[in-house]
Design a protein around this ligand. Structure first.
Ligand code: FES
Length: 284
């Protein structure tokens, strides 16, 4: 299975369908606020993995009830709940998928296809149960559960092997040594300008001075490792934010909260102090 998914990552034959679907998703989910909501910007975490808990929980519970006598009615309710709640979860997933790298989109396409088949099987299961064909409803339900389990496995590959929608910058902290690190002489640090510096010679951070306050933030964008130091500073909702040059995620310079997707994760801001006129930073 792992070898097969590695082949999927490299299979350019999926790109035609993927590119067409991406256009449809981006053309349909146009309002930025809606896209940000679906990315999980308001939560500070991706929304799709949280939303799938409802259909998965309902469908697994229905499967357990299907193995017990006299549970047709609650099992039908749970299959209906799972099928209806899978729709917004799928929309959130498609929204994240449209902002992934090409190799991730290929695997994501197979993940979405498996789950679409699973949802169709559950819709058939619901229809069969509502028309009194409970044996057929149970059979389609078990088939649906097998298919969405395969989809979940592929989703796990996408998230944990390929790093889709996980925080790409946080591992920088694990490489940073303890103690204070000197970054810049305050006398020469310009106002309201993004400056890039390195900690431990290989961890890039950005500096942004506003008055006597200086923000120090990891440079690598949590979405896909874009260089925030090459981004712009913009005022968004009354806050100065750094906007990633790759896909437009924006993070508040005062605190690191994500205010604009596709990143669903906040950016890490580092503590600072000034010693003898020198700006220093350390691990949080
Ligand atoms: S790398 Fe995608 S928004 Fe920064």
């Amino acid at each position: 299975m792992r070898a097969l998914l590695t082949k999927v990552e490299q299979d350019s034959r999926l790109d035609g369908a993927g590119d067409r679907l991406q256009k449809v998703v981006l053309g349909t989910l146009r309002p930025r606020r809606l896209r940000d909501l679906l990315h999980g910007v308001t939560l500070g975490h991706p929304l799709h993995p949280a939303m799938v808990q409802v259909p998965v929980g309902a469908w697994i519970s229905a499967a357990v009830l299907d193995l017990m006598p006299g549970q047709r009615r609650p099992a039908t309710v749970l299959v209906g709940l799972g099928t209806v709640s899978a729709v917004p979860a799928a929309v959130a997933g498609l929204n994240d998928w449209a902002a992934l790298a090409r190799d991730q989109r290929r695997v994501g396409l197979v993940h979405a296809a498996a789950n679409t088949v699973g949802m169709a099987l559950y819709a058939g299961s619901l229809a069969a149960r509502l028309s009194g064909r409970h044996g057929m409803g149970r059979a389609l339900g078990f088939l649906g559960l097998s298919t969405v389990s395969l989809g979940a496995y592929i989703g796990g590959h996408l998230a944990y092997k390929q790093g889709a929608q996980v925080n790409q910058s946080v591992s920088e902290l694990h490489r940073m040594t303890d103690g204070w690190h000197s970054l810049a002489d305050m006398a020469t640090l310009p106002q309201r300008t993004l400056i890039t510096r390195e900690v431990d010679d290989n961890i890039s951070v950005i500096l942004y001075r506003h008055g006597d306050e200086v923000t120090v933030m990891l440079e690598r964008c949590p979405h896909q490792s874009g260089p925030l130091g090459e981004g712009e500073v913009q005022e968004i909702d009354g806050h100065a934010c750094v906007v990633c040059p790759w896909h437009g995620s924006a993070f508040r310079l005062n605190g690191g909260e994500v205010v604009q997707g596709p990143s669903g994760n906040d950016q890490q801001v580092l503590p600072t102090r000034i010693q003898n006129g020198v700006l220093q930073t350390r691990l949080p």
